[in-house]
Design a protein around this ligand. Structure first.
Ligand code: CA
Length: 230
């Protein structure tokens, strides 16, 4: 699944390297963090699509990272797979109560982990890696680059298309301007943050051309999200 970023938060270097290698082989983009503090920073900077989170971590524990992520609107729906040791049977249950989407008990096979990753992504983001994505009355066809709103076709410039394509893959999730810059323009390109506002403005105007309502929500001091609607 190219373009799908996974953050592995694991302080055991050998395991982290093994997971990085195997997920990389499956075409996931992989980022690593070695403790809970680094995890929070990387999630903020890189906006991963899914986090593999070890329970026992230095500085901030996995369970605390999970709690913090669930408490923030930007990361409330971020998929989390928790890793636990066999002895932490009760912790497992608490892990799910804290809001992890799934958990795996160590030791596990990398095939099992990859299967769980795919299952969680499918459940939470059914539009991922599909050619056509629908949210509310919006449809994005990524093969023909066609966008429909209800019965009407919407014409978008290439940048507005990429913005919408990114937002529609994560309906309801709030992205900061910096995160949208990285996702749509790439982190190696110098573009002013304000440019994001300009293109969001154009995207809004195009989507609301037939007065069907503005599907993009501005979250003050946080960023933008595509409303899941109805
Ligand atoms: Ca650990």
């Amino acid at each position: 699944m190219a373009g799908t970023k996974i953050l592995i938060v694991e302080d055991e270097e050998a395991l982290a390297t093994l997971l990085e290698y195997n997920l990389g082989k499956e075409n996931f983009d992989v980022a690593l963090a070695g403790d809970g503090e680094e995890a929070m920073l990387k999630i903020e900077e890189e906006a991963p699509d899914l986090v593999i989170l070890d329970w026992m971590l230095p500085k901030v524990s996995g369970i605390e990272v999970c709690r913090r992520l669930r408490a923030k609107p930007e990361t409330r729906n971020l998929p989390i797979i928790m890793l636990t040791a066999r002895s932490e049977e009760t912790d497992r249950i608490r892990g799910l109560e804290t809001g992890a989407d799934d958990y795996l008990t160590k030791p596990f096979s990398t095939n099992e982990l990859i299967a769980r990753v795919r299952a969680v992504l499918r459940r939470i983001r059914p539009g991922l890696a599909e050619d056509k994505v629908t949210v509310g009355d919006l449809l994005v066809d990524r093969v023909s680059h066609k966008v429909m709103r209800g019965e009407k076709e919407i014409h978008l410039g290439p940048t507005e298309f990429r913005l919408l394509d990114h937002l529609i893959q994560h309906p309801g999730r709030v992205f900061s301007r910096e995160q949208l810059l990285n996702a749509v323009w790439g982190s190696d390109v110098f573009v002013e943050v304000r440019t994001v506002d300009v293109h969001i403005g154009r995207l809004r105007k195009a989507l609301n051309k037939h007065k069907q309502g503005d599907p993009i929500r501005t979250v003050r001091s946080a960023g933008y999200a595509l409303e899941t609607g109805r």
